[in-house]
Design a protein around this ligand. Structure first.
Ligand SMILES: *[C@@H]1O[C@H](CO)[C@@H](O)[C@H](O)[C@H]1NC(C)=O
Ligand SMILES: *[C@@H]1O[C@H](CO)[C@@H](O)[C@H](O)[C@H]1NC(C)=O
Ligand SMILES: *[C@@H]1O[C@H](CO)[C@@H](O)[C@H](O)[C@H]1NC(C)=O
Ligand SMILES: *[C@@H]1O[C@H](CO)[C@@H](O)[C@H](O)[C@H]1NC(C)=O
Length: 386
């Protein structure tokens, strides 16, 4: 990381001596007035919860003090982004009660994929709100919010003005579920790899649609090392030589890295296709894998064990998700509960990261150390001068 900074600084100094005006312009923060987010549970702030049943306690216990639509004890990376941009937390588009979209909206839902799945949520757990559906919702959000605002009254205070759409930051964190869905449908690792080009074609289609609606500044997270997550390790136990030195499933992480390589190529093509846009590609994989593989160094413990869960090697049981209750002697008791200190844990519930882990990851990426180009989130509207 340090070397990244030094290289960037050196590059800026060289540029600065030739192009003083350009350099000073590119140091002014973007002042994004809104965020529009698309994705899966990594950035769902209440979508699936609103549509398919509320996220139960102890979710939300660390920061919100009650469930807050997030599969987490507290804040997600998207929440830290919103806070640092000086914007309120994003409300879910699907949430119809008490929402305020004046500074953006969140179309992400837990279990979302890029490609439409041919199964229902009740069969395999994947959300019906795939990325293309999220982009239809965004299309409606843009047109209908303007109609409603025109009526004035309270709506003007709850919806973004038209000019925000071209100045907003568009964030995306999606793809992991497309890869695990391949395994759920019994594909081999080679077969899952073969689906990546089609997944990324669909991803490009959505970026194109958002661009067509005025989106210009895109902040794209790559996918994490899902081979280190309890739900994957529990369902697909791995044995040597397929286990890495940390205990993660190497073939799954290899698929994630291939997806990321192709995603990065896709982003490079998008830059050429939409030269007026700014695309920032963020290497979340490396940050999460570093945290998991060096947990102790960074003040965390049991990196592969869920904090909130029920039993087994990973404190994870698919039938007893975080917050599950059972009737014992005619009384409902919480049997899948939180660990003692979530602030020392990385994995919250077997699928998702704790607030502490999300914060750690956010702290690594916020200044651009893992981004291409290496610019902070507050500057993600600036083209790298070259
Ligand atoms: C769903 O089925 C269609 C038609 O057979 C197919 O083209 C598509 O690839 C399938 N989607 C997934 C995610 O498997
Ligand atoms: C919506 O949120 C914005 C920003 O936090 C706030 O200024 C505005 O008053 C809110 N609107 C209503 C109707 O509460
Ligand atoms: C995958 O294989 C398992 C075990 O053989 C089977 O129970 C399941 O129905 C299969 N799933 C699909 C989608 O074919
Ligand atoms: C349920 O009640 C019986 C009888 O009072 C008791 O022996 C048993 O330990 C109780 N089970 C649990 C799980 O508390």
């Amino acid at each position: 990381m340090g070397s990244h900074h030094i290289t960037l600084l050196a590059a800026l100094m060289v540029l600065g001596s030739h192009l003083p005006l350009r350099t000073s312009a590119s140091t002014t923060p973007c002042a994004f007035p809104a965020i529009f987010n698309f994705g899966d549970s990594n950035s769902d702030t209440g979508g699936l919860s609103a549509a398919f049943g509320a996220v139960p306690p102890p979710n939300g216990e660390t920061f919100f003090g009650a469930p807050a639509g997030r599969y987490c004890d507290g804040r997600l990376i998207i929440d830290f982004i919103a806070q640092d941009l000086g914007l309120p937390f994003l409300d879910a588009y699907l949430d119809s009660v008490g929402t305020n979209f004046s500074h953006g909206a969140n179309f992400a839902t837990a279990g979302s994929t890029i490609r439409r799945q041919n199964t229902t949520l009740f069969q395999t757990g994947y959300s019906p709100f795939s990325l293309d559906v999220q982009s239809w919702q965004f299309t409606q959000f843009k047109s209908r919010s303007q109609l409603a605002s025109k009526e004035g009254g309270i709506f003007k205070d709850l919806l973004p003005p038209l000019e925000y759409f071209s100045r907003a930051l568009y964030t995306l964190d999606v793809g992991q579920n497309d890869l695990t869905a391949g395994y759920v449908s019994n594909m081999t690792t080679e077969e899952v790899k073969a689906t990546i080009p089609d997944i990324l074609t669909k991803f490009t289609d959505v970026i194109q649609a958002v661009y067509g609606l005025g989106g210009r500044f895109f902040w794209i997270h790559n996918t994490g090392p899902f081979g280190c997550l309890p739900y994957v390790l529990d369902r697909y136990p791995v044995r040597a030589p397929e286990v890495d030195h940390v205990g993660c499933g190497a073939p799954f992480n290899e698929v994630a890295r291939l997806f990321n390589l192709k995603l990065k190529e896709t982003v490079m093509q998008l830059r050429k296709r939409f030269p007026r846009s700014v695309f920032t590609y963020v290497d979340i994989y490396t940050v999460k894998y570093t945290l998991i593989s060096q947990a102790r160094t960074h003040g965390f413990e049991h990196p592969l064990v869920a904090c909130c869960g029920h039993g087994g090697k990973y404190n994870y049981d698919i039938h007893w998700g975080c917050g599950a209750k059972a009737v014992v002697n005619h009384t409902k008791v919480l049997i899948s509960k939180s660990c003692e200190d979530p602030s020392k844990r990385i994995c919250w519930d077997g699928y998702h990261y704790t607030e502490a882990a999300n914060r750690w990851v956010y702290d690594q990426i916020v200044k651009g150390a893992f981004s291409d180009p290496p610019i902070p989130v507050t500057m993600a509207c600036r083209k790298q001068s070259n």
